[in-house]
Structure formats: structure tokens, C-alpha cells
Design a protein around this ligand. Structure first.
Ligand code: FES
Length: 105
């Protein structure tokens, strides 16, 4: 699937990844600035915060409770906030647009 990451200053970067990877890994593997992923994807650092584009929010499976708790700790949370390590990329999400926050902490 194709993912477009849009930085806080509006720069878009398109990456292709395998289905089954997660958005954090997709960003880190492709040198996308703005996603840190310090805990390696186990939902304990919240440095992989991102915003799912409004057009895609409804297509992404909902966050589990642990992720929701962690999202309370991020800077500038919005309704579209997610921890990118908890969003698995599937064929249904081909073309998804993900916005990056100004800072992770
Ligand atoms: Fe640590 Fe997502 S990489 S919470």
C-alpha cells in the first residue's frame, strides 16, 4: 500500500510498504522525520504520535484502551490522533494520508 506522510510544514512524502507493517515502522524505515518510535512499537513511548487525515479516520480500526491512555500524554491531541505503531497498514488503507505533529514532546 501507498502511504503519504505530510510534515507539519506541509511537505508530503510518499512511501510504499508491505501490508501488515505499521505506520511507525513505515515512517522510520523510510526516513520520515517527525515519527520517533522510541519504544520500538510496543505502545509505551507515545513518540510515534500522528494524525490520520480526516478522509481516512473512519477506515482505520479504532484504538484499543492502552493506546487511548497513551494518547492522553501527547502534545496537541486531536480527534484524529493515533499512535502510528498501533495502526497496521492493510490493503484497505492503500493511499492513506497521515499528518505529522510539530513535535513528539
Ligand atoms: Fe512507542 Fe508507538 S513507537 S508508542
Amino acid at each position: 500500500p501507498l502511504i503519504t506522510f505530510v510534515s507539519h510544514d506541509g511537505e508530503a512524502k510518499e512511501v510504499h510498504v508491505e501490508s501488515g507493517t505499521n505506520l511507525m515502522q513505515a515512517a522510520v524505515d523510510n526516513g520520515v522525520d517527525g515519527i520517533l518510535g522510541e519504544c520500538g512499537g510496543v505502545c509505551s513511548c507515545a513518540t510515534c504520535h500522528c494524525y490520520i487525515d480526516d478522509a481516512w479516520v473512519a477506515k482505520v480500526p479504532a484504538a484499543e484502551d492502552l493506546e487511548k491512555d497513551m494518547l492522553d500524554c501527547v502534545l496537541e491531541p486531536k480527534d484524529s490522533s493515533r499512535l502510528s505503531c498501533q495502526v497496521e497498514v492493510s490493503d484497505e488503507l492503500d493511499g492513506i494520508v497521515v499528518h505529522l505533529p510539530e513535535s513528539q514532546f
